[in-house]
Design a protein around this ligand. Structure first.
Ligand SMILES: NC(=O)c1ccc[n+]([C@@H]2O[C@H](COP(=O)([O-])OP(=O)(O)OC[C@H]3O[C@@H](n4cnc5c(N)ncnc54)[C@H](OP(=O)(O)O)[C@@H]3O)[C@@H](O)[C@H]2O)c1
Length: 258
């Protein structure tokens, strides 16, 4: 399949590499930043452009891996440049299909959402990444299903509402959890200790999730209602009202969950 990648960030880079690995053909990379387009295109042996007018109009698939807020505007630009009968997908978990209504002439649109956290410095194991797809037309759904199965063993056809809920859940289990790790690291370094001391605990917390539901695996002062310990922790957070608030909200949420 001949693919144009729009965007040269985390997702575009990882998709580009994986698509190349499985024998798909990324023919062009577009980025508003010419240097970034050139860098990724060089790696993918593709052409590069930062000019909408130069986007190849002859590809089979256009993957929009750009900021959520830019999807509608870029889809409209593609339509303006005559790309109206080609399959165009975005990669966002939080963005509904109606974002493409900004370009009313586009008929073949869809979503190709990889449920993973991507950073350029890490190589993800694509086979294990759930890829969530949706398409307005049945034929396009088949095309996206085939492509997704080429990249991953976990392919899901889900609708806008399900994807929005999935993305919300992902924010809790990944973004917020990672922020809690960052708070833990700061607390450790402030007392002259290393974050890596916490790694076995973090790894075991995640490993246990294969044994049963997370709420059942909950431990700690909140679930035990150890009020004296909770008060000592809140005292240690004196002068850090945001962290005190997070601690109290998390404690309340844990106590209300079971
Ligand atoms: N990162 C993840 O873990 C992840 C996982 C699943 C899905 N997604 C989704 O994948 C999409 C891309 O995310 P990402 O992490 O790859 O983001 P990213 O690394 O920040 O890259 C975003 C790309 O969008 C371009 N861009 C931003 N605003 C633009 C505009 N107004 N016009 C043209 N190009 C614009 C950026 O160009 P510049 O470099 O010039 O700013 C960059 O190439 C998003 O929809 C996101 O929700 C991300």
């Amino acid at each position: 399949m001949r693919i144009v990648l729009i965007g040269a960030g985390n997702v575009a880079t990882h998709f580009g590499r994986k698509l190349m690995e499985v024998g798909e053909q990324v023919i062009q990379v577009f980025s508003r930043n010419r240097l970034k387009a050139l860098q990724l295109a060089k790696e993918l042996e593709a052409a590069a452009t930062n000019d909408f007018a130069e986007i190849n109009t002859d590809a089979d698939l256009y993957i929009l891996a750009v900021h959520d807020d830019a999807i509608g505007e870029i889809a409209a630009q593609l339509a303006e440049n005559g790309i109206t009968d080609k399959l165009i997908v975005h990669t966002s978990g939080a963005t509904p299909m109606r974002v493409f209504e900004a370009a009313s002439t586009l008929k073949r649109v869809g979503v190709f959402y990889p449920l993973q956290t991507f950073s350029k410095i890490r190589k993800p194991d694509f086979q294990k990444i759930p890829i969530c797809i949706e398409a307005r037309q049945e034929d396009d759904l088949t095309i996206l299903l085939n492509l997704a199965h080429n990249l991953s063993n976990k392919v899901y056809h889900i609708n806008d509402e399900q994807r929005a809920s999935l993305h919300l859940a992902a924010v809790f289990v990944n973004n917020f959890t990672n922020h809690l790790f960052a708070i833990g690291e700061k607390i450790q370094t402030d007392s002259g200790l290393h974050f890596e001391m916490l790694l076995p605990l973090i790894h075991e917390t995640v490993a246990k999730l294969t044994e049963g539901p997370p709420a059942v695996m909950q431990t700690g002062p909140a679930i035990r209602h150890d009020e004296a310990t909770i008060l000592r922790h809140l005292h240690l957070l004196s002068g850090q009202p945001t962290l005190q608030e997070i601690y109290q909200i998390m404690t309340k949420s844990i106590q209300q969950t079971l």
